[in-house]
Design a protein around this ligand. Sequence first.
Ligand code: 2NL
Length: 369
Amino acid sequence: MSVAASTALPDLAALEAELNAGVAAAADEAALEALRVAALGKKGSVSELLKSLGGMSPEERKTAGPAINGLRDRLNAALAERRTALKAAALEKRLETERLDVTLPVREAPAETGRVHPISQVIDELTAIFADMGFAVAEGPDIEDDFHNFTALNFPEGHPAREMHDTFYLPTKEDGSRLVLRTHTSPVQVRTMLANKPPIRVICPGRTYRSDSDQTHTPMFHQVEGLVIDKGSHLGHLKWILQEFCKAFFEVENVTMRFRPSFFPFTEPSMEVDIQCDRSRPGEIRFGEGSDWLEILGCGMVHPNVIRNCGLDPDEYQGFAWGMGIDRIAMLKYGMPDLRAFFEADVRWLSHYGFRPLDFPTLAGGLSN
Ligand code: 2NL
């Protein structure tokens, strides 16, 4: 093609060859796009040529116009063709490299790398055991009023028994009353009796609070209490339930239990219960054998005053209750030496003592498998 009339016009054939070489060499779509902008963008080499048409004489434009427009059209076509080829090549490469091997083992999901805290595990275990004996789980507020935490439970106002619990009090209200952090889970049972007619069979696991902190006490700890209210419930039932619980929880065929007289304001008679164990091997406790005794819970027949305070007639209904420390029985069962580690949120401790989340405790499968 001759553009002799225009001395200002560069060698279009050379420019086109150069652009075509660039298109052919573009390794990916980004490189191709850079090339397009350099030629056809606002200040691109071909765009500048198109702009120069405006300053030409009509004769010059007659030949230069079709030549430059033709160059632009062929370049656009070349770019489109190369883009299609690059897209296809990129897809081919992905198909080649992103192969899915369905025979690979399943990776451990984040939900499985987490661990269940031993307290949660033990609550699940004892819930399974008592559920098997017909108990429901009841829950209540951590912040309680004086009535539910003390008065209903036969702690008279100003009675020294209230000092048995190192209570955390909330600021006194205008009417002179003050709420407390519950010192035991008994208020949940009080609420259960007030809201339900017997027969009542519940366990109440949960957080409890006392202003006490040393090697064996933390200001927040966990308790589980049990309550049975019916017309004929008696100490024989209580002893059987506790014996069955201990056998299932500690996973032994037999346990020997010792009931010692004790005192709680809310039960009469009251007892503390020890279980026989062998502690002759250092760092190990065996239940159901040996010559040592370990205190694990307190219990008794519900005091008639408590039954009355909870809206029931003590001449019609009677029952029994017990309470034990969850943290303590967890330490005994799983050999965890330091109570304070329970609440330090150290993931190294948790990955050592914690439980796999999908291993549900069942009586059939063994509770701690
Ligand atoms: C212990 C002793 C005990 C109870 C808790 C209870 C609850 C109601 C009525 C009567 Cl509503 N009693 N609970 C009874 C005896 C003992 O706990 O040493 N816990 C760690």
